[in-house]
Design a protein around this ligand. Sequence first.
Ligand code: GAP
Length: 494
Amino acid sequence: MNLDVIVSLCKRRGFIFQSSEIYGGIASCWDYGPLGVELKNNVKRVWWRDNVYLRPDVVGLDAAILMHPSVWKASGHLDHFTDPMVDCRACRRRFRADKLDETSWVHYCPATKDNKFDIPAGEPCTHCGARRTLCPACGKGELTPPRQFNLMFKTFMGPVEEDAAVTYLRPETAQGIFVNFDNVLQSMRLKLPFGIAQIGKSFRNEITPGNFIFRTHEFEQMEIEYFVNPNDVIDGRPADEVWHERWIEERFAWYQRYGIRRARLRLREHDKEELAHYAKRTADVEYEFPMGWSELEGIANRTDFDLKQHAKTSGKALTYFDEERKTHVVPYAIEPSAGADRSVLAFLVDAYREEEVRGEKRVLLRLHADLAPIKIAVLPLLKKRDEIVARAREIQGRLARRWVSVYDDTAAIGRLYRRQDEVGTPYCVTVDVQTVGDRERGETGDAKVTIRERDSMDQIRVPVAELETVFRELLTDGIPWSTVGARYPATTKS
Ligand code: GAP
């Protein structure tokens, strides 16, 4: 599948828009529209629920984006958070030196009277055999020698733009956790092992952002620092290594729990050369995005590096008193670090399906019900019948108190179903003549509605009075459709 299909659906259906679009846009910045904000909030909500509310050993935090500049000296970001970059002397475009051969390149081939060719990444010209040496974008300019470029966005605090006022937009949420280690430990009276979780914005002046919301300048991270006593042993093995493996397993399973297909996920170990300066071991959860296998989340064993660095730089002890051994220890940190935006992209890509139904194309997002932006759409079969419209609006108003739901009467029923399929709404409720009856003919209604399930397109007839119970079972208690639906008579699919 091409990523453009997802980009186009996101714009058309109000998930994601280009930032500042009316001014021509700004590179690699994206705005979440009405459905996108729901989807992203749902991703963050289930992450928080699973990692904070459902774990007795993890607590939450929301630290400031702007931090004391010494934080970034201590963490190593000022000195090490750099990418080697080269500039084209002709078109002035900037590239990551280490990624130059990962993009296609423009070539004016001398063997074909300087005809222009677009050559796939890393390949030579099939006419003259030349390999890329010049700018891959314009094909003409010489590239400068590589220079190190710090990825942190610099800004100034206060009214004077001087060196003393320099601060940075955080490039990761993790450091807010490390500098609050002692505050959280003391205020919550925690015992090792325990974790601190945080969701928030991070900023990186990426040299080569792109691939929609995969790599952007401004993004949200969902990070946990899980602190472990390095002197502990579990089943004869160092506790930090055991906990690292447990977190890798847990995080790998998490994406599948919310619908991502196992075949599109893999774990990749960082080799020695790739390991960050703070890490003992790192494994990435990778997803097969349309542009290839890429990192979705990194799970690192950061050892005691960060706490020690902050203790040294700030002069404040960041230790834990081990009651059993009567000694102060600096805990090791296991860090599952996920991107909220990158997760949104993976969930969207994985959920996207095109099917043929009775000779017509049906596009649907098979999103997990917990992630779907809209849970229930209430639709009147005939919008010209006042009783039907009034009943549908009344039902939607009632359901909206518990679940995100919409009312829509702007098209015929078949089209309304397709529209909801395309944005991943798991259930539609249809109010029809049978529901309300026909006063002119002296017919009373049966006070039942049709519920249609998105993936199977199965339909059942349910008393209006039981709707809340049915949706509580389906949406809150997670009881499968096959179980709940079996209690009610089926009607024809549409
Ligand atoms: N604290 C560790 C850390 O920040 P990272 O591998 O640089 O590690 C973790 O980032 C996750 O944050 C990535 O796996 C990705 O999901 C997300 N992320 C990082 N840079 C990003 C960017 N420029 N745009 C979108 N998401 C990004």
